[in-house]
Design a protein around this ligand. Sequence first.
Ligand code: ADP
Ligand code: ASP
Ligand code: MG
Length: 401
Amino acid sequence: MVQKFGGTSVETPQKLRAAAMRAVREFQSGRQVVVVVSAMGDQTDELIELARTIHPEPDPREMDMLMAVGEQMSVALMAIAIHALGCKAISLTGKQAGIHTDSVSSKAKIRTIDTTRLRLELEEGQIVIVAGFQGVDANDNITTLGRGGSDTTAVALAAALKADRCDIYTDVDGIYTADPRIVPTARKLDRIDYDEMLELASLGARVMQSRSVEIAKRFSVPFRVRSSADESEGTLVTQIDELEHVDVRGAALEMQEAKVTIRAVPDRPGVAAAIFGEIARNHINVDMIVQNVSADGMTDLSFTVLKSDLSAARRASEQLARTIGAGRVEVDQNIAKVSVVGIGMKSHTGVAEKMFKALADNKINIQMISTSEIKISVLIGAEAGAQALRAVHDAFELGKR
Ligand code: ADP
Ligand code: ASP
Ligand code: MG
């Protein structure tokens, strides 16, 4: 089995010891155990802050080198904690665990996992502790998998090792209909479908990194999200075949995005392709895109990106605006995105109306809208984010079912 412990689950020596005890308990019941650990507490944030006090835009390769330090510390401590309980354990870095990635700094994707060493250690009777969030590229550079990437390490290892179980231990006791820290009436779900979890994760519910859910779905790895503080069963994330899905399963709030607007873009074929081609070449993921109706052969184009990609997106847009003869580039960091998610939306009507009405009743203005078969997202002012999430959650009575 694979067990993953997030930052808050290992932030103190006491919690680290409690996590070690869970691993030992599973081992003693006859299982081979791989433990994936994140950096302790907020250490990754602190490392990033530290670099930024030295340079406003630190070199991406060096940032990967730096950020990987946190996990390296916690795996060693976890192994030591297990030794203290009288069991055999060995810590491995991403590279030692055979995790090979592409070379995109700070958001590398896993290409292959060579499990030879892992299997060898497991056969030796070791509990194997793997550093989450990190890998190594073809040139031996340390890479990191994006914020929250230890989830992806855990699920990918479970897939590669064909583990029977994958348990994600965190500071909540499962997946809720919305972030329980923001919505007090949120309800814990016993099960959730991969696709719904994937949407929630991509739309701001940081409880699981969305890449990890993608991998779980692709390789059919059911996993449990559960609390490291108690023995509750948590939430099973798996494929759910139900005859009738509910229209809305959950709601999410994203506060980490920013909006870029390019004014007076010439309205002719190829312009959008040029803009988003340039953005993609810079490895920037674009979320929402809105192009207005054009007037006098010009149109305004807005899109959203992660705040961490904003300066790169702005630079690329300004350069492109000059080349294609567009107007000025404006950025707005003061935005929030609220989304509702549910597979049942495919066959229910009136979901959009209900969501927009809930926002209207709360006098919240909508700046952008985007939809897919199973989600609706709106962009609003950041100050209204939490209120909007609660309003939408209540409008669909998600806390009640
Ligand atoms: P870890 O350090 O264990 O990886 P994270 O902080 O990354 O933990 O994720 C857990 C947090 O995710 C919770 O504390 C909770 O506030 C937040 N969260 C957001 N949306 C949800 C949701 N729908 N269900 C449960 N937790 C959520
Ligand atoms: N420590 C990394 C982060 O804070 C990875 C993780 O926690 O999953 O993003
Ligand atoms: Mg996390």
